[in-house]
Design a protein around this ligand. Structure first.
Ligand SMILES: C[S@@+](CC[C@H](N)C(=O)[O-])C[C@H]1O[C@@H](n2cnc3c(N)ncnc32)[C@H](O)[C@@H]1O
Length: 197
């Protein structure tokens, strides 16, 4: 398999793998990963390049079909896709890494505690969770109605009491979407990399 970080993005018009998974990679143990909300598969493909066996789940059949097509084209047999709606879903497993980048903000608020509990229970001791999701804060309020769930300050970290927090921040980031003045909308994003004890 071609191991260049840009290989899949260049060839299949995907975004580059999320910067947080690329940054986390040196401290991760290669093994089994679950990509919750894989979209077109930029992170799943990157993880497969690094030697992970990946379960890649999303509710969008077009995204899953695109990822399946890439896997066939590239003779990748270490990514297993599934079409699934995370709202109200339970899952189990023994993963070394479960990641969900810019996905939780599209779920029903009532689903969040359960999906995080499932992520935690399905992570091996010593394994990692990586989550990036948008926030609603006093300094950067979010009024966009296409985000159905937004973390409040410190909310994501509070789920991970008892885990070793390798990274946590609520830094600002820019959406591609612009406001009425044509400026890209700025929000805070909760970013967490935590290791299960
Ligand atoms: C902004 S994309 C992020 C995709 C990928 N994680 C990434 O970083 O490129 C959000 C993804 O969440 C998926 N998604 C949204 N709501 C979902 C749901 N209820 N169940 C499963 N997947 C969902 C969408 O289909 C989409 O692929």
């Amino acid at each position: 398999m071609d191991l260049s970080k840009d290989y899949f993005s260049n060839k299949y018009n995907l975004m580059h793998p999320h910067s947080e998974i690329v940054e986390a990679m040196p401290q991760l143990k290669v093994g089994k990963a679950l990509d919750l909300g894989c979209g077109g598969g930029r992170n799943s493909l990157y993880l497969a390049q690094q030697g992970f066996t990946v379960d890649a789940w999303d509710h969008n059949p077009d995204s899953i079909q695109k990822l399946d097509m890439i896997c066939v084209n590239e003779s990748i047999n270490t990514i297993t896709t599934k079409i699934v709606d995370f709202n109200g879903m339970d899952f189990s497993g023994q993963y070394d890494l479960i990641l969900s980048t810019v996905v939780l903000m599209f779920l029903q608020p009532s689903s969040i505690p359960n999906i995080i509990k499932n992520m935690q229970n399905a992570t091996k001791i010593g394994g990692y969770n990586l989550i990036v999701s948008a926030m609603d804060t006093d300094d950067y309020p979010c009024t966009l109605d296409f985000f159905t769930f937004l973390f409040k300050p410190k909310e994501l970290a509070s789920y991970y009491d008892g885990w070793t927090i390798k990274k946590y921040n609520e830094d600002t980031g820019l959406l591609h979407k612009t406001d009425q003045n044509g400026n890209r909308i700025k929000l805070r994003f909760a970013t967490l990399l935590a290791q299960k004890n």
